[in-house]
Design a protein around this ligand. Structure first.
Ligand code: MEV
Length: 451
């Protein structure tokens, strides 16, 4: 039985990936679920046990250890973003998400980006910020100087809290002071500890460190420590991704290709200038980033907080991406860039505990937290490209019709094996409503019973 399974896997994969291991999986979406699972299992060399985690790795017993008052588990669809070429390497992106069309959009946009060589990415070291709030400080300027002068002592104390992090090359990276002269409760001194968390997200490490140094900071400043906690505006821990796509990739007709690319650049300018649009634009970016965070067991609320705070760093909330027309080597091209804070880990926390998160990391094949952050940045950029392309061309509803039709049919209680049939009629009628799905299903059932 096991032998037959392997045989099937190999023949499937050679169909999908004839020459080398590429993520350019044409027609992946049209394969039956079992064939997709088999192809991805072979791609990532998943064991039978790891493959099984794709449909329920978490157990009630494990869930009970992870959170308080556990009563069960909440499942999400787990899909694969295909076609990703990043720094010359092919990736399959594991994505846990409930929204239709998100995963399809990544694949479509990543296919477009391949026309320009895919995505190029980079990142800073994994430096996180821990904050200590000092109140009742007699003289902010004197206290700030005293804290800065104590940098070596504070550094030693911080590193002594995290010997294994230091052994891996991480640990204390510096001190910053931020006097806040005017707050609703009067002046206060904020001290930042900068700590390289390497492959961990680092929340526990940072929170331990700020608690450990707070008494010393109190005696250095004459103040009283109140909050001691990490900052989710992790602007020292950023990742970025870029792509340059010839306008010819957007349509076979060159004039139309240019017009779509220009539409994308114009849409980006809208989000740069208008916070109302920027919120939607950035939500679309996070449509790509959050599902990977969830699939890999990372804290997506932390990522969201950091991304949106960073988007408002100049005082106005703006787009996290930049799209502009440029002169490419082969003619006009669309250049895109994203840069944002991405505090993600590949060790510790739910990443380690959740069996499906371990499988997701194996599918991605990343070996460092920075590589994970860079892939997430590239997927965020791809997701944004997918949304803007559709918005600037045919409009978002057109491409979403079939997917939303399936959801409407499911919402109307249509059995899973009949959903495609009902959805096809909803889409043909361009009337995607659960109430209409129920009517169609009732009529089809009636016809089936008569036959
Ligand atoms: C929907 O989840 C995301 C979009 O609204 C993003 C955007 O408008 O750029 C399509």
């Amino acid at each position: 039985m096991a032998g037959a399974f392997r045989l099937t896997v190999y023949s499937l994969v050679s169909d999908l990936m004839p020459e080398k291991k590429t993520s350019r999986l044409s027609g992946f979406y049209a394969k039956p679920l079992t064939e997709r699972i088999a192809a991805v299992s072979e791609w990532a060399e998943l064991s039978v046990v790891e493959t099984a985690t794709l449909s329920g790795g978490l157990t009630p017993a494990l869930a009970n250890q992870m959170v308080e008052n556990a009563i069960g588990m909440f499942a999400l669809p787990f899909g694969i973003g295909v076609n990703l070429l990043i720094n010359g390497r092919d990736y399959l992106a594991p994505m846990a998400v409930e929204e239709p069309s998100v995963i399809a959009a990544v694949g479509n946009a990543a296919r477009l980006a391949r026309a320009g060589g895919g995505f190029q990415t980079g990142s800073t070291p994994s430096v996180m910020i821990g904050q200590v709030q000092l109140l009742d400080v007699p003289d902010l300027a004197v206290a700030a100087q005293a804290v800065l002068a104590a940098d070596p002592v504070l550094g030693k104390l911080v590193d002594s809290q995290m010997p294994s992090m230091v052994a891996r090359g991480g640990g204390f990276r510096g001190i910053e002071v931020r006097p806040l002269h005017d707050t609703p409760v009067g002046p206060m001194l904020i001290v930042h500890l900068l700590i390289d968390c390497m492959d961990a997200m680092g929340a526990n490490v940072i929170n331990t460190a700020v608690e450990a140094v707070a008494p010393l900071l109190e005696s250095l400043t004459g103040g009283r420590a109140n909050l001691r906690i990490l900052s989710n505006l992790t602007d020292r821990r950023r990742a970025w991704a870029e792509c340059t796509i010839p306008v010819s990739a957007f349509a076979t007709d060159p004039v139309e290709g240019f017009s779509v690319a220009k539409g994308i650049a114009d849409a980006n300018a809208f989000a740069w200038a208008d916070p109302y649009r920027a919120a939607t634009h950035n939500k679309g970016i996070m449509n790509g980033i959050d599902p990977i965070a969830i699939a890999t067991g990372n804290d997506w609320r932390a990522i969201e907080a950091g991304a949106h705070a960073y988007a408002a760093r100049d005082g106005q909330y703006r787009s996290l991406t930049d799209w502009r027309l440029v002169d490419g080597s082969g003619g006009p091209a669309l250049f895109g860039r994203i840069e944002l804070p991405l505090a993600v880990g590949i060790v510790g926390g739910a990443t380690r505990v959740h069996p499906t998160a371990q499988t997701a990391l194996k599918i991605l094949g990343v070996t460092t937290a920075r590589e994970l952050a860079e892939v997430m940045a590239a997927v965020g950029l791809a997701q944004n490209l997918g949304a803007l392309r559709a918005l600037a061309a045919e409009g978002i509803q057109h491409g979403h019709m079939a997917l939303h039709a399936r959801q409407a049919a499911l919402a109307a209680g249509v059995p899973a094996d009949q959903v495609d049939r009902v959805a096809a009629q909803l889409a043909a009628e361009e009337n995607v409503k659960a109430s209409r799905a129920a009517e169609i299903w009732a009529a089809q059932r009636g016809e089936d019973n008569e036959q």
